[in-house]
Design a protein around this ligand. Structure first.
Ligand code: DC
Length: 237
C-alpha cells in the first residue's frame, strides 16, 4: 500500500548499495512499490553499456585503449519503463543478465567516462525525489545527501546460492547454467574489482545503515528498509 502522499509527506531519496547479489534489487523494487516511489536499478545501466560494447565487438579494443570509450558513449540512450530497460530503443531486460555481460561489467564500470555519464543520468532520474536507487556508489557519490542510505551485505556463498536459484528459474533463455562454484568465484572476483577500482569504489557511506542479509528472508529485509524509510519520511516532514 503506497504511503499517503499528502501535502505534508516529504518524498525522499533512498540509496541502497552493496555487493553483487546481496538482495539490493529485490528489496529496492518492493520498497519502491510500497512507498509509491520509482525504482532505478543502476547496475542494469552499467550492464546496458557493457552489452553495447559486446554487441559492437569493441571490448578488446577498449581494454587496450580505454580512452576510446567515448565512441561507445557518443550515442547511447538508456530508458526504464516499469520493470523493463531499453538500450537505444530496444528491450534488453533479459540480455543484460547473460553471463558474458556479468563477466565484463566490472571492467566497463571502472571507466571514468562511463561513470560520469551514468552518474549524470542517475542524478537526473532522482531529481524529483520519490526514488529508490540501488547500486555500488549511490550513497557515496550519486546521492551523498540521500535521506536514507542503506548498505546491504551477505556472505559470498549465500549470494552465489541466490544467484544460482535466480538463474535456474530463468534458465530457458541461457545457453548454459553456470555451476554454484563458478558463480561464487565470479561474485568474489566482482566484489574485489568493485571495491578496489579507482573511481567510485564500492564502500559504505559512514551514515549508511548496514544490514547483513545472509540469514534474512526477503520479507524481513524489506520490512527493515521500509521501517527505516518511514522513520526518515516522518523525520523530514
Ligand atoms: O547490481 P549488478 O550486479 O547488476 O551490477 C553490475 C555491475 O555494475 C557491478 O559489478 C558493478 C557495476 N555497478 C557500479 O559500478 N556502480 C553502480 N552504481 C551499480 C553497478
Amino acid at each position: 500500500m503506497p504511503v499517503e502522499q499528502g501535502k505534508s509527506t516529504k518524498r525522499i531519496i533512498i540509496a541502497i548499495d552493496g555487493p553483487a547479489a546481496s538482495g539490493k534489487s529485490t528489496t529496492a523494487r518492493i520498497v519502491a512499490g510500497q512507498l509509491g516511489y520509482i525504482y532505478i536499478d543502476t547496475g542494469a545501466m552499467y550492464r546496458s553499456v557493457t552489452l553495447k560494447a559486446i554487441r559492437q565487438d569493441i571490448l578488446d579494443e577498449l581494454k587496450r585503449s580505454p580512452g576510446s570509450v567515448d565512441v561507445l558513449l557518443k550515442e547511447i540512450s538508456i530508458r526504464f519503463d516499469g520493470d523493463r530497460i531499453f538500450l537505444d530503443g530496444k528491450d534488453v531486460t533479459e540480455a543484460i543478465r547473460e553471463n558474458l555481460v556479468s563477466r565484463e561489467v566490472s571492467f566497463i564500470s571502472s571507466l571514468k567516462p562511463v561513470r560520469d555519464r551514468l552518474r549524470a543520468m542517475q542524478q537526473e532520474l532522482g531529481r524529483q525525489k520519490g526514488v529508490v536507487m540501488d547500486g555500488r556508489d549511490i550513497g557515496t557519490v550519486v546521492f551523498p545527501d540521500a535521506e536514507l542510505k542503506v548498505f546491504l551485505v551477505a556472505d559470498a556463498l549465500q549470494r552465489a546460492k541466490r544467484r544460482y536459484a535466480e538463474l535456474a528459474s530463468k534458465s530457458a533463455g541461457l545457453l548454459r547454467l553456470p555451476s554454484l562454484e563458478e558463480l561464487e568465484q565470479e561474485i568474489r572476483e566482482r566484489d574485489r574489482a568493485d571495491a578496489e577500482r579507482e573511481h567510485a569504489p564500492l564502500k559504505k557511506h559512514p551514515e549508511a545503515v548496514e544490514i547483513d542479509t545472509s540469514e534474512l528472508t526477503i520479507d524481513t529485509q524489506v520490512s527493515k528498509v521500509y521501517d527505516l524509510a518511514l522513520a526518515r519520511i516522518q523525520d523530514d516532514c
